[in-house]
Design a protein around this ligand. Structure first.
Ligand SMILES: *Cc1c(COP(=O)(O)O)cnc(C)c1O
Ligand code: SF4
Length: 365
């Protein structure tokens, strides 16, 4: 088994390109980091035809070698549970993103903002991924001409004031390609803000280099959202990456997916959100896990999610609490309990996190 401390002390360890070049893609290579179970070995083979699989050495080093229920391991190592879903394993597009794409990889679902899928690749393939239908699929890769078509669409659509760069993972692109995209978007007068959504601060935090941060600082206002799901991911390397993004001037938010067996308890989420806030990362959304083939073992009920959100309200700072949302073809729907119970004549009845009711005088005009 690989000596984790020794690996971490090597100079190449903190080179983001080395991390990508040396990704784990075989059971033999993964067995160097963890004691693979028979279920995991079999699943690596059997899921191959449906969804790609690879892991950065950095992320593998966070796994518990002996515990198959380790929250890091569960997110990225295939399990036979993936094969026993009642949904089809391939080609699902639950948010009808294709129908909402006027040009390739530009999802225009809300009037004023678009999701622009600028890369189809990721550093690691998360087993619960919402965009399983496309991530890692060369059909969705974007060449320069296709990127230009997306930029042209945004340029001729004046109601778009907010462009979210997503994927795949936009930060898998080279600095020069990232700057090529961002500088062109910045030149469009009606594009007020550019957002970057990336899981690289989690999967390969060394990607947040000084030169990337310089690019970010040149084209403000840029907002960045990342995707931590568990406190075990909040390592010193991750904290440094987030600090660099914040110092580059981009407000940093976080999206978490509610995942059974990984983070479906208010204690685990409270620790994660408190840890993020300590790193000056604002928890933005908590996503209900989407109906995607091969992810049944990750799904909780919405009632469970609402209960967790209610418990969080009583146990941590307001800005450590994200909005719990369900994404639908009609947009994101907030599921966070709102406390409104009913109108009672001149009063409105509300309910606090602890279950206590209050009547507020609130006369109708
Ligand atoms: C989530 C999403 C956005 C951004 O939504 P916000 O609620 O503003 O963060 C934009 N477009 C699409 C298609 C999305 O799914
Ligand atoms: S990094 Fe994001 S887009 Fe890529 S596999 Fe993970 S969840 Fe999906």
């Amino acid at each position: 088994m690989i000596n984790r401390e020794e690996m971490r002390s090597k100079p190449e360890w903190s080179d983001w390109k080395w991390q990508l070049r040396n990704r784990i893609t075989t059971p033999e290579a993964l067995a160097e980091w963890i004691n693979l179970t028979d279920d995991e070995r079999q699943a690596i083979q059997e899921t191959q035809a449906h969804f790609r699989w690879q892991i950065t050495p950095y992320y593998a080093s966070l796994m518990d070698p002996d515990d198959p229920n380790c929250p890091i391991r569960k997110q990225v190592v295939p399990k036979m549970d993936e094969m026993s879903d009642d949904l089809p394993l391939d080609a699902l597009d639950p948010l009808e993103e294709l129908a909402h794409s006027p040009v390739k990889n530009v999802v225009h679902n809300y009037g004023d903002r678009v999701a622009f899928i600028v890369a189809a690749e990721c550093a690691v393939y998360c087993r619960y991924c919402l965009r399983k239908r496309m991530v890692g699929d060369s059909e969705y890769a974007m060449n320069k001409a296709e990127l230009q078509e997306g930029i042209d669409y945004i340029a001729r659509t004046p109601q778009i004031r907010d462009v979210l760069l997503t994927g795949g993972d936009p930060l898998i692109l080279s600095d020069s390609n990232i700057e090529w995209i961002i500088s062109r978007l910045r030149a469009i007068p009606h594009v007020e803000i550019i957002r970057i959504g990336s899981r690289l601060p989690v999967l390969n935090p060394f990607r947040i280099t000084d030169s990337l941060c310089e690019i970010i600082s040149k084209y403000h206002p840029i907002w960045v959202n990342t995707h931590y799901n568990h406190i075990k991911e909040l390592t010193p390397e991750a904290a440094l990456a987030c600090d660099k993004i914040t110092r580059s001037g981009a407000p940093l938010g976080n999206q978490t997916v509610l995942l059974k067996g990984v983070n479906n308890s208010s204690e685990i989420l409270r620790d994660l959100f408190n840890g993020l806030v300590k790193m000056r990362v604002r928890p933005y959304y908590l996503y209900q896990a989407q109906l995607i083939g091969g992810t049944k073992h990750f799904r909780t009920t919405i009632e469970e999610g609402k209960k967790i959100m209610n418990e969080l309200r009583g146990s941590t700072s307001g800005f450590a609490i994200p909005t719990y949302v369900l994404d639908t073809p009609y947009g994101k729907v907030p599921l966070t309990p709102d406390g409104y119970v009913q109108r009672d004549g001149e009063f409105v009845e509300v309910k606090s996190y602890s279950g206590k009711h209050w009547k507020e005088h609130n006369p109708i005009d």
